[in-house]
Design a binder for this molecule. Sequence first.
Ligand code: HEC
Ligand code: HEC
Ligand code: HEC
Ligand code: HEC
Ligand code: HEC
Ligand code: HEC
Ligand code: HEC
Ligand code: HEC
Ligand code: HEC
Ligand code: HEC
Length: 334
Amino acid sequence: MTRVKFKIYLVFVLLLGFMFLLLPMAARGTNGQSETQHKKKDEKKRKASADETSADLAQRIYTADASQYVGTETCKTCHEDIGKTFDEGPHWKTLHDKHGVQWQGCEACHGPGKEHAESADPDKIIRFAGLSREESSKRCLSCHEFGEEHANFLRSQHLKNNVGCVDCHSVHHPRVQRQLLRAAQPQLCYSCHLERKADFSRPFHHKVNEGLVSCTDCHNPHGGFLTRQLRATNAQDTLCFNCHTDKAGPFAFEHAPVKTEGCVSCHEPHGSPNPRLLKRANVNLLCLECHTFTVDSAAPAIPSFHNQAQKYQACTMCHVAIHGSNSDHFFFKP
Ligand code: HEC
Ligand code: HEC
Ligand code: HEC
Ligand code: HEC
Ligand code: HEC
Ligand code: HEC
Ligand code: HEC
Ligand code: HEC
Ligand code: HEC
Ligand code: HEC
């Protein structure tokens, strides 16, 4: 589009936007319109008060006295099916918690249930649907925040983007009983990270779809201090060393970028169109990102006899121990 055409287009779009702003103002005068608006408002209010009930209950929970609790057996009399899944899942163990009734069974999550059990009024019990992701996650964390795995959930990329425990876990209706997951990996992750699915469909990839490696080997879905919710620092590469122990060194002759910039300076961690998950199709192009024929880069210059004739293009044919060597300065042998 030329500049002038673009300007005209912009003015048109602005005018259209202005008209849309005026339209509802004009409509407000008519009676029918205001009535439906009232209805909508009431509905909103009711919804808000229902939300508040669950949230308020959630606030009150740990201050409520023991007489507000009826115990899991009472809940089961009306919620038979859920009672069954509760017994089959891991949370029956909370029944043995010695800190008091508020940490036991159904009411450890749903809050004191006396009023609800007497009235069967669903507004008198904490419904997770009525809680924000942060509120509901905090309820789970009251028991699960201890230990490195979950300690950082509140600052995770997931919660910051409104993804809470209940998005990945289902307490009552899990697809995967172990760990109460809503779906098995990697499908669970792909359900939101569809674009990552393409990574693992490339010709060379970590065998995540095949079940050999899982997303959570490298990422902590519960968050952490590190970028990309990685389980270990990327630059230090303890992440990759978990499985590729032979690359860990220390080597007498280190190849600097392995230690300073990490494995991902040369490899795609998920998948790549190139063998060995390399970032570049040709090894020489990869090396030439850092090594040049002039000396003014951080990496040593390639000697001038390395003309780019065929012979010198397959760098790792000669520099075989590219991740570091214990015997050779130039990585000619391990
Ligand atoms: C006297 C029977 C009865 C008892 C006892 C009872 N409930 Fe309920 N509960 C109901 C009924 C009826 C509903 C409304 C059902 C519906 O909306 O589908 C309900 C709804 C709920 C809901 C909301 C469901 C939703 O759709 O969001 C939760 C949560 C709940 N009960 C948990 C409990 C817990 C926890 C206990 C024990 C403290 C308990 N109930 C005891 C009858 C009972
Ligand atoms: C570990 C926490 C936890 C415990 C323990 C627990 N619930 Fe729930 N419950 C939830 C969550 C979370 C939901 C919201 C459903 C969802 O998002 O999967 C829920 C939903 C419900 C619902 C709504 C209907 C449904 O099928 O989702 C009912 C009813 C209910 N729970 C009753 C109970 C009863 C009865 C017990 C004890 C036998 C119990 N819950 C124990 C966390 C818990
Ligand atoms: C009252 C304390 C308490 C609360 C609240 C609680 N849990 Fe648990 N949770 C437990 C206990 C205890 C276990 C069993 C641990 C074990 O087997 O060692 C457990 C187990 C689990 C497991 C299975 C772990 C595994 O290895 O299979 C998951 C997943 C889980 N909880 C998720 C949740 C979620 C999601 C919530 C909030 C909706 C929640 N929990 C709320 C105490 C709690
Ligand atoms: C983005 C998805 C996701 C979210 C959000 C999430 N989890 Fe998990 N959780 C998982 C997966 C996947 C596993 C299995 C991890 C594995 O196999 O290494 C797991 C494992 C667990 C386990 C068992 C592992 C262990 O350390 O014993 C517990 C307990 C648990 N989650 C609780 C929670 C709680 C509580 C929350 C919210 C504060 C939460 N999860 C939020 C995906 C998630
Ligand atoms: C309910 C949707 C949902 C599910 C399920 C989910 N995620 Fe996420 N995830 C998000 C959102 C939203 C973000 C933040 C936006 C973004 O970076 O894409 C995020 C962020 C991340 C990040 C950080 C990205 C960054 O740029 O820092 C990683 C890593 C991640 N998720 C891994 C996983 C893994 C592994 C699983 C499966 C165990 C999973 N996610 C399941 C929605 C989800
Ligand atoms: C072998 C380890 C490994 C596995 C397995 C893995 N990742 Fe990653 N992932 C990484 C690394 C390392 C990064 C950071 C890349 C960077 O900084 O350039 C990353 C980045 C991400 C990001 C941030 C966006 C991006 O591309 O930079 C998301 C989201 C993500 N991974 C999701 C997933 C999901 C979903 C799975 C499983 C289907 C998965 N990862 C499996 C190592 C892994
Ligand atoms: C959970 C274990 C695990 C982790 C963590 C892991 N890998 Fe792997 N990796 C494997 C396995 C297993 C293979 C070989 C199997 C296959 O996919 O064919 C592999 C293959 C590779 C290959 C290709 C090897 C070849 O011969 O084609 C490269 C390159 C690689 N990984 C780099 C990395 C990097 C970089 C990281 C860190 C971001 C990492 N890996 C983390 C398990 C792991
Ligand atoms: C300077 C670039 C560079 C860095 C940094 C690097 N690699 Fe490599 N890596 C390569 C090249 C080039 C190959 C292919 C070698 C060949 O063609 O024989 C390779 C091959 C591999 C292979 C498959 C063959 C083998 O030797 O097992 C694995 C696995 C691997 N790298 C893992 C890693 C891990 C883990 C790290 C981080 C510790 C890492 N790489 C860092 C360049 C690099
Ligand atoms: C991310 C940047 C980077 C990439 C990519 C890279 N290197 Fe290096 N390489 C360096 C740095 C920096 C040094 C310098 C280490 C030092 O000064 O101790 C080095 C050192 C070397 C040395 C030792 C030279 C000497 O005098 O110590 C050789 C040989 C070498 N690289 C070959 C390669 C080959 C072959 C490739 C491609 C497979 C490659 N490098 C890819 C950054 C890189
Ligand atoms: C045919 C074998 C061969 C191939 C292929 C090869 N090199 Fe070399 N390389 C050598 C030799 C021999 C030396 C010189 C060692 C010495 O000075 O003793 C060397 C030295 C180097 C040095 C160190 C220079 C210095 O003085 O510190 C770098 C960097 C290097 N090569 C990079 C590369 C890169 C990048 C490629 C691919 C484009 C490559 N080499 C391909 C044989 C090869």
